[in-house]
Design a protein around this ligand. Structure first.
Ligand SMILES: NC(=O)c1ccc[n+]([C@@H]2O[C@H](COP(=O)([O-])OP(=O)(O)OC[C@H]3O[C@@H](n4cnc5c(N)ncnc54)[C@H](O)[C@@H]3O)[C@@H](O)[C@H]2O)c1
Length: 453
């Protein structure tokens, strides 16, 4: 696990069909492309799945035209067995320890769909082992983890796609970006990400750890605490519900922020906003008290249930992140405004496309000229596998991801401390606030530090 600069592998051939894929014409009502030809049928890619929960299973189903799941790692043996049956007819090798997947020379691509606190460590170790990676969002739990991931990505040159699949939604988000890039909104002065709030819970009792689950390994780098589950089984600090615990996640601010703040930041970039934000301020309500940024109670959900933040950029542009209005992204410029969500793209500049369509290559330009196909999740996988074969930067690269995830993490820190933060985007430090700067990182539990080789 020590190859800092792995050599490019000899299977780095771009299939001629993939290279020949045509760009989707402007004004299309739905993407149409040769999904099945992104990777030829004779060229199936062996993949290792790390984390076989809801999203890992869903993603492997999205990618099944192109990949064979040959190895699966999960700390829940019941989930492992189910995934092996459903994804590989029982033929995959299964492991409790994901490092066994990374050791295999026959696997060049891994998918990481573990809970958020278990992303950075396997991503870095996979890059160092020479793998290309599709990792679920949010890529990190802290701002400092993002610095490390970007450094290792630059040093290894590995291809890393983040699971922000909205970037591959050609008739909605990608099209909205094309409208922005063509200048149809003029200079943008305000973007808004409405992402919903987190649920609350009553105190969730300590419970017996299910027999299939290695709870100590599930916790991994996070503090060693008891397993909790409500009597009806619905609320827990484990599978799926980890999202509502600061210890394992950033709550909605990173769960959905990773999607919609990403679109906001992408729009600003395409509109020429090259400098990062300078401050973030707002209010957040948490279900438990936080003192100096740390939750006081450890027996119930603790991430922000309600919030509104204003992120300020040089030149006066603002980004609003809030929980309390229709889920989606609002982009406002001097010439008009558009709203885009997973269900619709609307606004006068959208209606104006009937009279004056986008340029033929407008969406392709936003999509870095990469092949386009199908619907969001499948298209995002096609993008990753194409970029793996071509050794090109994918559409959701770690660098743009971390630039925007910094904002989500800053919102979390600002909300937990209850004060405005001034941000130096170049040095990636909070200005003049030692307590806040201490929250750019979190300690890793002994035995679960990142293995740098
Ligand atoms: N892109 C999207 O739209 C989208 C949607 C849902 C979830 N997600 C992301 O996917 C990730 C997983 O979410 P989920 O809802 O599938 O959670 P989940 O709890 O259902 O699944 C996570 C799985 O990872 C396993 N796991 C934990 N630690 C592990 C380790 N060290 N090694 C191997 N396996 C380990 C767990 O046992 C579990 O089976 C999260 O980061 C979430 O934010 C993304």
């Amino acid at each position: 696990m020590t190859k800092l600069r792995p050599t490019r592998r000899d299977f780095l051939r771009v299939s001629s069909t993939a290279a020949a894929l045509t760009a989707i014409p402007a004004g299309f009502s739905g993407p149409r492309c040769l999904a099945q030809e992104i990777v030829s049928k004779n060229d199936r890619i062996p993949i290792g799945l790390i984390g076989a929960g809801g999203m890992g299973m869903g993603n492997m189903n999205s990618a099944k035209s192109w990949v064979d799941v040959v190895a699966i790692a999960d700390v829940d043996s019941g989930r492992l067995a189910r995934a092996n049956q459903q994804l590989s007819q029982g033929k995959a090798d299964v492991y409790e320890d994901y490092r066994k997947v990374l050791e295999r020379d026959d696997i060049a691509v891994v998918h990481i769909a573990t809970p958020d606190h278990w992303h950075t460590k396997p991503v870095i170790e996979a890059m160092l082992a020479g793998k290309d990676i599709y990792c679920e969002k949010p890529l990190t739990l802290t701002i400092d983890e993002g610095k490390l991931i970007r450094r290792v990505q630059r040093e290894t040159g590995r291809i890393v796609q983040v699971g922000t699949q909205q970037r591959s939604t050609f008739n909605l988000f990608t099209k909205a970006m094309a409208i922005v890039q063509e200048g149809r909104l003029g200079k943008i002065h305000r973007v808004q990400a409405a992402i919903g709030g987190a649920p609350t819970s009553n105190a969730i009792p300590v419970a017996e750890v299910p027999g299939d689950l290695n709870w100590e390994r599930w916790l991994g780098p996070a503090p060693l605490v008891d397993f909790r589950r409500s009597e009806d089984g619905k609320q827990t600090n484990g599978h799926y519900e980890f999202r509502w615990w600061y210890e394992y996640s950033g709550g909605k601010l990173t769960d959905w922020g990773a999607h919609h703040v990403d679109i906001c930041q992408w729009a600003l970039k395409l509109n020429g906003q090259t400098e990062g934000p300078v401050s973030i301020e707002g209010e957040a309500t948490h279900p438990v008290e936080f003192i100096d940024g740390m939750p006081v109670a450890n027996d119930r959900y603790n991430t922000a249930t309600r919030f509104q933040f204003k992120v300020s950029y040089p030149g006066g542009t603002e980004m609003i992140i809030r929980n309390d209005t229709d889920n989606g992204v609002l982009i406002e410029g001097e010439l008009g405004r558009i709203f885009v969500s997973r269900g619709k793209l609307s606004g006068a500049p959208v209606e104006a496309l009937a009279e004056k369509p986008l340029a033929e290559d407008a969406i392709s330009k936003v999509y870095k000229g990469l092949p386009m196909t199908d619907n969001e999740r499948r298209a995002h996988w096609a993008n990753f596998l194409h970029c793996h074969q071509a050794q090109q930067e994918p559409i959701s690269d770690v660098h743009s991801h971390m630039e925007m995830l910094n904002i989500c993490h800053l919102a979390g820190i600002s909300g937990r401390l209850g004060r405005k933060l001034n941000w130096d985007a170049k040095s990636e430090q909070i200005v003049g606030d030692d307590v806040a700067n201490a929250m750019l990182a979190r300690p890793y539990r002994s035995g679960y530090e990142i293995e740098m080789g």
